[in-house]
Design a protein around this ligand. Structure first.
Ligand code: LP5
Ligand code: MN
Length: 240
């Protein structure tokens, strides 16, 4: 049966080789049977710019995706808060297509909205202010003009700060806001939303303006692999 797969929050990096091995196995033996693979953000621990494709681990992942695409599975990448600096060079090397957020697709007859999920965390105001700054094209051009080693050091400092800040935030503050979920479904069409980011895999039901909607939250790959498989009959979450 024709089907598509959805993943997010793999946070791949050379320091976690086991996750990369699980991902390679998933791509070669599971994703290869799908019509399409949608990567909804945070494929990498972080992405400092496409010049980091020279890193052997990054090149290995791009090559793996290019092989999958060459074998007939379409690959779509919607970048997350860790890898929004992914550009044309990475998607070309991976033979993937870049999606901008929110992306609307027709998934076997069901209108489906795809997001990373960070934009839905309306109560995380410190993060949203930071996000607004780093998503500006001018800010990104200035950042990318700096030497790669400097950018990586800056991002690692930011990662440490982010981990510290998260300790001070309430769990609810870092979850999606149901009002924001209703707003995006209203603006972009009902009835299905798929996203990641919160690392709280689940299927939620929402009633929005009289429409029964479903929201699938993808799991992270920290403990084990996880993906969502959708076909004309619906979606199912699967753990590897
Ligand atoms: O990533 P995760 O899920 O652990 O936490 C996120 C939010 N944190 C982030 C930061 C990333 O983890 C760091 C990697 C980003 C790489 C991007 C590269 C380009 C940018 C480089 C800038 C130097 O996204 C976290 C949320 C959490 O999700 C839950 O939703 O809470 O947000 C934070 O912790 C952010 C702080 O609240 C605010 C930080 C303000 C920092 C201001 C200094 C900016 C310095 C810029 C220097 C050029
Ligand atoms: Mn994220």
């Amino acid at each position: 049966m024709k089907h598509s797969l959805f993943i997010a929050d793999l946070h791949l990096c050379a320091e976690r080789p086991q996750t990369t091995l699980i991902f390679e196995d998933f791509v070669r033996h599971t994703a290869s049977g799908a019509e399409a693979l949608y990567i909804l953000g945070d494929l990498f621990e972080y992405w400092a710019g496409d010049d980091d494709l020279a890193d052997p681990h990054h090149a290995r992942i791009a090559h793996l995706l290019a092989e999958l695409s060459g074998s007939g599975t379409a690959i779509f990448i919607l970048p997350g808060n860790r890898d929004f600096l992914m550009g044309e060079a990475f998607v070309t090397a991976s033979r993937a297509r870049l999606l901008s957020e929110p992306a609307r697709i027709d998934l076997y007859g069901t209108p489906t909205l795809l997001m990373h999920g960070d934009m839905l965390c309306r109560d995380d105001t410190a993060y949203l202010a930071f996000r607004a700054m780093v998503r500006q094209p001018d800010w990104q051009a200035a950042f990318l003009a700096r030497p790669l080693a400097e950018r990586k050091a800056e991002i690692e400092a930011l990662r440490r700060r982010s981990e510290r800040d998260k300790q001070l935030k309430l769990a609810a503050q870092m979850d999606v806001h149901s009002g924001e979920v209703a707003a995006v479904l209203r603006e972009n069409g009902y009835p299905r939303l798929i996203h990641g980011h919160t690392h709280r895999p689940a299927r939620h039901l929402h009633r929005v303006d009289g429409h029964d909607c479903e929201r699938w939250v993808l799991g992270s790959w920290h403990e084990h692999g996880s993906y969502l498989r959708c076909d004309a009959a619906g979606c199912a979450a699967i753990q590897i």
